[in-house]
Design a protein around this ligand. Structure first.
Ligand code: NAP
Ligand code: ZN
Ligand code: ZN
Length: 350
């Protein structure tokens, strides 16, 4: 086993603290990655606080991982020592069900995908530990290639926030001529703005934070609507072809569904702890749809990383010392992130 430094939540609602874990020995198909940077996703916060239920403790969160390959197994074909590599939300799946065969491992129908953390390894049942740690061992099939052209710290959030917003934009073929609303300008939201704008859509940020207007424009948004302002909200009634809803807290969905034009679609990405309420009339009135989307498959994640390298798209980040992770969670809860915290894992060595 490989002794590894980490930060863990010992139990729900207990602050994260230094912790030691053991990574498995490098198997024939595994790569070992020295983690340089790991993004901080709101899903980390939901899970360390057990807001979705079923959390496994102690928990080492983190599923936006970028680092250098330090060792490869005998049968590894696509990675060599020294390569820059990424790991996102999944480290395994059944690999045989129809969804896995369709490169949609996130929708694995038999075992479900194995989460990078808060999951269990298929063979041993051992808990998986994420990227708030110095190194990780992952099957190469679930390892991504990261371009040396981009800043690795700013690439890390693409592994979850990037793919989670890219995948629905591709699935619904969003592009020029579409009006896209992005609800919530946080980690997912700011990537949604950049990606939808790069795909040629007209992008409007729907935010509760008036102070984010200038940033929204700088990120590529064409309009900004403060959703607490009834008049501003009314100005975009029946307006959008698509709304990407990235909000992490409960809210009145009906109010926002009314912003869709006829046949428009709201795609749920945010996962508030409580189930949303919605009156059927809000959908029936305009033949509107509500859909959902979960991260993205490994092949599509690679496609997204290559797209971002080609278009010079990266996350806007605040780089933090790992000892400041609990404070970062508090700021994230207040919507005060510009626009993704990324942990510099060099600070774990101190
Ligand atoms: P985040 O950085 O905290 O951003 C969430 C944004 O939502 C905030 O910045 C804020 O934006 C808005 N917001 C927060 N509380 C609100 C409230 N009470 N009412 C209205 N708006 C509020 O979080 P994130 O990392 O982007 O994640 C967002 C959600 O997506 C989380 O629930 C996370 O678990 C989920 N997620 C889902 C997937 C998936 O596969 N579907 C993948 C990753 C994450 P404004 O200040 O602009 O209002
Ligand atoms: Zn995430
Ligand atoms: Zn499967």
């Amino acid at each position: 086993m490989l002794p590894t430094k980490a930060y863990a939540a010992p139990a729900a609602s207990v602050p994260l603290a230094p912790f030691s874990i053991e990574r498995r020995e490098v198997g024939a198909h595994d790569v070992r990655i020295d983690i340089q940077f790991c993004g901080v996703c709101h899903s980390d916060l939901h899970q360390v606080r057990d807001e979705w239920g079923g959390s496994i403790f102690p928990m080492v969160p983190g599923h936006e991982i970028v680092g250098r390959v330090t060792q490869v197994g005998d049968h590894v074909k696509n990675f060599k020592v020294g390569d820059l590599a990424g790991v996102g939300c999944m480290v395994d799946s059944c690999r045989t069900c129809p969804s896995c065969q369709d490169d949609l491992e996130q929708y694995c129908e038999t075992t479900g995908f194995v989460g990078t953390y808060n999951g269990r390894e298929k063979e041993t049942g051992a808990p998986t530990y994420g990227g708030y740690s110095s190194q990780i061992v992952v099957d190469e099939k679930f390892t991504l290639k990261v371009s040396d052209k981009l800043d690795p710290a700013r690439v890390a959030p693409l592994l979850c926030a990037g793919i989670t917003t890219y995948s629905p934009l591709k699935q619904w073929q969003v592009g020029a001529g579409h009006r896209v609303g992005v609800m919530g300008l946080g980690g997912l939201g700011h990537m949604a703005v950049k990606l939808a704008a790069a795909l040629g859509a007209e992008v409007t940020v729907l935010s509760t934070s008036p102070g984010k207007e200038a940033d929204a424009e700088a990120l590529g948004a064409h309009k900004f609507v403060v959703t607490k302002d009834a008049d501003q909200l009314k100005s975009v009634g029946n307006y959008f072809d698509f709304i990407l809803n990235t909000v992490s807290a409960p809210l009145d969905l009906g109010l926002y569904v009314n912003l869709l034009r006829r046949d428009g679609t709201m795609i749920l990405l945010g996962v508030p702890p409580e189930a949303p309420q919605l009156h059927a009339f809000a959908l029936i009135g305009g033949r509107r749809r509500i859909a959902g989307s979960l991260i993205g498959g490994i092949a599509e994640t690679q496609e997204m990383l290559d797209f971002c390298a080609e278009h010079n798209i990266m996350s806007d980040i605040e780089l933090i010392d790992i000892k400041d992770i609990n404070e970062a969670y508090e700021r994230m809860l207040k919507g005060d992130v510009k626009y993704r915290f990324v942990i510099d894992l060099a600070t774990l060595q101190n």
